[in-house]
Design a binder for this molecule. Structure first.
Ligand code: KIV
Ligand code: ZN
Length: 407
C-alpha cells in the first residue's frame, strides 16, 4: 500500500470473491425492532413486534436485532418472546459495555436457537470528551471488558465503536483490534450521525482492513444513518470495500432521518450483481409485504416515490414511457414489480399518458376500439385528465361506453 488506506484487500463474505462469477454472501442484520423503533413515534407493542419478527425470518434475514433489553421491561420481554418464537434467524440483543446491560441482554436472548449479544461504546473524540468523559485507555479497557463479559455467555458477540466514522483512524484501529482479541466475532463500524460520504466510507473500511492485523477473524459490518441521505450509498460502499454484513431497517426507519433501507440495499445488490458481485439470503418478493406491515404497525407512512416499495416505484404515467413499456418492459424498468412483491406494473393514466396506454387499458377492461373511437375517447380523456390528478378504470369505462352508445 502506498497510502494510509492503501490497496483493497480481498473482501469478506461467506464465499470467495476472487472469482468474479461467484457472488459473496452478505449478511443482512435487521434492526427495525431496535434502531427502527427508536424513530420518534414508532413504538410497537409485543404482538406487533412478534409479527414483524416472523416476517423478517420468513424473508430470510440473517440476524434480527430484537431490542435493547435493559431499556425497559417491555423491551426485555419482547426480545425474550422473539428469541423463543424465531428459529432460523439469529436473535440479537443490544447492550452498552456495562455488566447489567450485558447480563440483561443475555437473559433476553439466551432462549434463541442462535443468539448474539451486541455491545457498543462510543469512540470518537466528541463522545469521549463530552458524553463519556473517558480517556482513550479507559475506552479500550471498557470495550474489552464488555466483549469479554458477553463472550462468557455467548460465542457470537458483536462490538460497535459508536460514532466510528468520526473516530481518529489510529484510535479506531486500536479499539477494533482489542475488541477482536477479546473475542468479538463481528465488528460493526457505525456512521452514527450520518456524516460520512461514500468515498470516505470506502476509505475507512479499506484502511481498517489494511491496518488491523486480526481483522479477518471478525466479520466487518456497516451501520449507516441517513441524516444526509447517504445511508444506502454508504452501506453499499462499505460492501464494495469488503464489509460482510449490512445493518438496516425496513423502510429505512430509525433515529432521526433513519437507517439504511433494507429493501434498497438488497435490491441494489440483486439488480447490480454485475457490479457488486454480492448476494443475500433475502426473498425479495417479501419486501413490499414487510414494508406495508412495518408502516401499518408504526404508523409511519411510506412516501409514494420511495425506491422499491413506494406506490409509485413501478408506476409509469408519461405517454413515451408507457408506450415503451407496452413494447418492452426493460425500456423503463430495471427490476420487475413481481420481484419485490407488487402484483404488477402500474401504468397510471393521467394527463401525460398516450393513446397506446389508453387503448391497452380499454382492451383490458373489455373494449376493443376502432381507430376513430379511440381518437374521440382520447380527446375526452385528455380533457378529463386536465381536471383530475388520476384517471381510474371507472372513468375509462364511462368514457368508452359513452362513445360506443353514441356512435
Ligand atoms: O448508530 C449507532 O451507532 C448505533 C449503535 C448502537 C450501533 O445504533
Ligand atoms: Zn444506529
Amino acid at each position: 500500500p502506498t497510502t494510509e488506506t492503501g490497496s483493497t484487500p480481498a473482501p469478506q463474505g461467506d464465499a470467495s470473491a476472487t472469482d468474479a462469477s461467484e457472488a459473496r454472501m452478505i449478511r443482512i442484520f435487521d434492526t427495525t425492532l431496535r434502531d427502527g423503533e427508536q424513530s420518534p413515534g414508532a413504538s410497537m407493542n409485543l404482538a406487533e413486534k412478534l409479527e414483524v419478527a416472523q416476517l423478517l425470518e420468513a424473508m430470510g434475514v440473517d440476524i434480527i436485532e430484537a431490542g435493547f433489553p435493559i431499556a425497559s421491561p417491555g423491551d426485555f420481554e419482547a426480545v425474550q418472546k422473539i428469541a423463543s418464537a424465531i428459529h432460523h434467524s439469529t436473535i440479537c440483543g443490544l447492550a452498552r459495555c456495562a455488566d447489567k446491560d450485558i447480563d440483561a441482554a443475555w437473559e433476553a436472548v439466551k432462549g434463541a436457537r442462535q443468539s448474539r449479544i451486541h455491545v457498543f461504546l462510543a469512540t470518537s473524540a466528541i463522545h469521549r470528551e463530552f458524553k463519556l468523559r473517558m480517556s482513550t485507555d479507559e475506552i479500550v479497557e471498557r470495550a474489552v471488558a464488555g466483549v469479554k463479559r458477553a463472550k462468557g455467555y455467548c460465542d457470537d458477540v458483536e462490538f460497535s465503536p459508536e460514532d466510528a466514522c468520526r473516530t481518529e483512524h489510529d484510535f479506531l484501529c486500536r479499539v477494533v483490534e482489542a475488541a477482536i482479541d477479546a473475542g468479538a466475532t463481528t465488528v460493526n463500524i457505525p456512521d452514527t450521525v450520518g456524516y460520512a460520504t461514500p468515498t470516505e466510507i470506502y476509505e475507512r473500511f479499506t484502511m481498517l482492513r489494511n491496518r488491523v492485523p486480526n481483522i479477518d477473524k471478525a466479520v466487518l459490518s456497516t451501520h449507516c444513518h441517513d441524516d444526509l441521505g447517504m445511508a444506502v450509498a454508504n452501506s453499499l460502499s462499505a460492501v464494495a470495500a469488503g464489509a460482510g454484513q449490512i445493518e438496516c431497517t425496513i423502510n429505512g426507519i430509525g433515529e432521526r432521518a433513519g437507517n439504511a433501507a433494507l429493501e434498497e440495499v438488497v435490491m441494489a445488490m440483486k439488480t447490480r450483481q454485475d457490479y457488486f458481485h454480492c448476494t443475500t439470503r433475502i426473498d425479495s418478493t417479501r419486501l413490499v409485504p414487510a414494508s406495508r406491515l412495518v408502516s401499518k404497525t408504526t404508523g409511519i407512512q411510506v412516501q409514494r416515490n420511495k425506491a422499491i416499495v413506494g406506490r409509485n416505484a413501478f408506476a409509469h404515467e408519461s405517454g413515451i414511457h408507457q408506450d415503451g413499456m407496452l413494447k418492452e418492459r426493460s425500456t423503463y424498468e430495471i427490476m420487475s414489480p413481481e420481484d419485490v412483491g407488487f402484483a404488477k406494473t402500474d401504468l397510471v393514466l393521467g394527463k401525460h399518458s398516450g393513446r397506446a396506454a389508453l387503448a391497452d387499458r380499454a382492451k383490458m377492461l373489455g373494449f376493443t376500439l376502432t381507430a376513430e373511437q379511440l381518437n374521440t375517447v382520447f380527446t375526452e380523456f385528455k380533457t378529463l385528465a386536465d381536471k383530475k390528478k388520476e384517471i381510474y378504470d371507472g372513468d375509462i369505462v364511462a368514457l368508452v361506453q359513452h362513445q360506443i352508445s353514441g356512435s
